[in-house]
Design a protein around this ligand. Structure first.
Ligand code: FAD
Length: 314
């Protein structure tokens, strides 16, 4: 049976939706096996089994996080040697992409990032050149290492849960050149992770410094808040909210763009959203070219009305 290795990073001890999506994808390609970046609790092992993982690898060394991504790549390389997978799947986060790059060098394998679909022959679909083209790409050297965008597939438990075998993997890692000495958590907004959210409401220069209408609609929909670079550069919202070529890429079920003109660099981060709704007061704004639904109007009038209507229907 074809092993598909899925990298599961569980710093907070619970599985994320995007990780369950990776396991669901792995089941369409072969037999999922999971490499977890820390000690595996019974609850995590059970959840992995529910999504079809037949084997779970955990590192013998503790605290892989303490040296950023270096040890995670070393661990994954050791798991690859043991599990002999036909492909490796990682989340399409900044860290996932960095680990993929390091792993590809260690195992002399090709790497594909930003995938939104992977076929049986490991042909990956992704967009390139700031979203100008969608291409199909295939790794021709070594084991395909693919980072997969959250929300590109619906997470579904396996028809029959597996009882994964737990294996502890010892691996060598060079003395780290840099070490994490402390972490500062940002206060929780109670909203979902931007890259994983099913709904994203994003604001641009049009919010003119006031994100309250954007945040309120996001809360009414249980969504995350995103932003254009114009808004993050202006300091109206934190940089981690930036969507686009130099920010996060998102693929939610619904992306509401408010006061954003739809520049190609913004499009690069959100064009794979399933439904795009644009609110812009300029009827000639290029954002309407990529929108499924467009509302010409002032976001400070449209967004509160939408939020009130949604709350009424709940
Ligand atoms: P604008 O282009 O100024 O658009 C504001 C829009 O708001 C206008 O269409 C206006 O009609 C509308 N508006 C104004 N008031 C209202 C109102 N009250 N109600 C409704 N609509 C209103 N950009 C990104 O977003 N993400 C990136 O990752 C990114 N990376 C970049 C990388 C590079 C190398 C470069 C060169 C640029 C990058 N940019 C990125 C910047 C990008 O080119 C645009 O400048 C930026 O996206 C514009 O942001 P905006 O749409 O919010 O602002």
């Amino acid at each position: 049976m074809t092993n598909i290795l899925v990298f599961i990073d569980v710093p907070d001890g619970s599985l994320h939706k995007s990780q369950l999506e990776l396991l669901t994808l792995a089941r369409t390609l072969g037999q999922p096996v999971a490499a977890v970046s820390g000690p595996v609790s019974d609850a995590v092992a059970e959840a992995l089994g529910e999504y079809g993982a037949t084997a779970v690898f955990q590192p013998a060394a503790a605290d892989l996080d303490a040296v950023l991504t270096v040890r995670k790549a070393d661990f994954l390389a050791a798991v690859m040697d043991q599990a002999q997978p036909q492909a490796v799947l990682l989340p399409n986060t900044f860290e996932g992409k960095e680990i993929a790059g390091r792993l590809s060098i260690k195992r002399r394998s090709g790497v594909i990032t930003d995938a939104i679909a992977v076929a049986h022959d490991f042909t990956a679909t992704k967009s390139v050149l700031a979203g100008a083209y969608t291409v199909e790409a295939q790794v021709r050297t070594g084991t395909p290492i693919i980072t997969f965008k959250a929300n590109s597939i619906e997470a579904e438990p396996a028809p029959e849960a597996a009882s994964p075998q737990l294996e502890t993997v010892a691996f060598a890692s060079e003395a780290p050149a840099a070490q994490v000495t402390g972490r500062t958590g940002k206060p929780s907004s109670g909203r979902p992770e931007l890259s994983e959210a099913r709904v994203v409401v994003a604001g641009g220069r049009g919010v003119n410094g006031d994100f309250s209408a954007v945040e309120d609609l996001a809360d009414a929909l249980g969504g995350a808040v995103g932003a254009s670079r114009a808004a993050t550069d202006a300091g109206w919202i934190e940089h981690s909210a930036q969507v686009g070529q130099t920010g996060q890429t998102v693929s939610p079920q619904l992306y509401i763009s408010a006061g954003i003109s739809g520049a190609i660099q913004q499009k690069a981060g959100m064009q794979t959203s399933k439904v795009i709704v644009a609110v812009n007061k300029d009827p000639d704004s290029p954002v309407f070219e990529i929108a499924d639904f467009g509302i010409v109007g002032d976001l400070f009038k449209v967004l509160p009305q939408a939020a009130a209507e949604i709350r009424k229907r709940k």
